[in-house]
Every structure is written in structure tokens, then in C-alpha cells.
Design a protein around this ligand. Structure first.
Ligand SMILES: [Zn+2]
Length: 160
């Protein structure tokens, strides 16, 4: 049996929310704690504007957040904070910002947060369209399930 991954092998954390949306720590608090624990980077991916219940970010807030991330990256180098967003996959499979805004991130996480009760063909049509978006980097929580409380929508993991 080869050596399995150790916690110390993990160099960065992806998909984090801060006080900019519904997280409980500021970006700087998250970054300084990760530095203390030996991490090299993290990705800030607050909720997007459609997730109003989670204080999702308007285009204006995104600009302000990017300024703050630029300042923190200078202050905390060589630690690196990557700019991201958890962009909602809308009912038709499109993301909830313009291409121009999406292009301003280092990476984009696309997630379904609304109309979760779908049949497989509808779910697949939505997810495939989101995956095919050239700005999508990562599909967030692919089936929308909540452990012990919601099964999530059915999807065809093999479909190409
Ligand atoms: Zn989410």
C-alpha cells in the first residue's frame, strides 16, 4: 500500500465563504489562520448575486472585494488568495454574471442553489450547459444533496 495523502500534503483550500457573503470570518482572518497552519493558498468564492438569501455579491461588491484581495496578496505574500465566486447556475443553465464579470476571476465555481427538484434530463441539461460555459472551472456540490436530509437530483455521472 503506497503512502496515502496526509493532511500536511494539502497546500490550499478551495471554495470558501467570507463575511462578504454568508461566512463568519473576514478574508484576512481566513488567510492568516491558514498561513499559521502551513497552507500556501486559498480560494475565496463567496456567494453570487442570485443567492440574495446568502448576501450574494453584486458586481460593485466584487470590484471592492478584488481590491481588498489585491492588497492582502501584497501584504501576505508569498501566500496567495485566488479570486473566485460561487456563481449560481440559473434555471436555464447559464451563470448569473456577464462574461466580463466572470472573466475578472481567477476561477469560477458554478453551483445549483435553486429549483433543486429536477428530473434527470432537466438536471443534466442545466449542468452540461454550465460546464460548457468557458468560464466555469469547477462544478460545486454536483448533485445538490444534503446529507441525511435531501437526496439531491439524479444525474448521469458518465455522460460525455
Ligand atoms: Zn453552494
Amino acid at each position: 500500500m503506497p503512502q496515502v495523502l496526509q493532511v500536511s500534503d494539502i497546500k490550499g483550500i478551495i471554495h470558501n465563504h467570507s463575511t462578504w457573503s454568508d461566512g463568519i470570518n473576514t478574508i484576512e482572518e481566513l488567510a492568516t489562520d491558514l498561513i499559521k497552519n502551513g497552507f500556501e493558498y486559498f480560494v475565496i468564492s463567496d456567494h453570487s448575486k442570485t443567492a440574495a438569501y446568502a448576501n450574494g455579491l453584486s458586481e460593485e461588491k466584487i470590484l471592492q472585494q478584488h481590491q481588498q484581495v489585491d492588497e492582502l496578496n501584497k501584504k501576505l505574500a508569498p501566500f496567495k488568495i485566488f479570486k473566485s465566486i460561487e456563481s449560481d447556475i440559473l434555471n436555464d443553465g447559464s451563470l448569473d454574471y456577464s462574461d466580463e464579470v466572470l472573466a475578472s476571476f481567477d476561477l469560477v465555481i458554478a453551483s445549483v442553489h435553486s429549483n433543486l427538484y429536477m428530473k434527470e434530463d432537466k438536471a443534466m441539461q442545466r449542468l452540461i450547459k454550465a460546464i460548457e460555459n468557458p468560464y466555469t472551472t469547477i462544478l460545486g456540490h454536483p448533485t445538490g444533496r444534503l446529507l441525511l436530509s435531501r437526496n439531491g437530483y439524479p444525474i448521469d455521472h458518465q455522460k460525455s
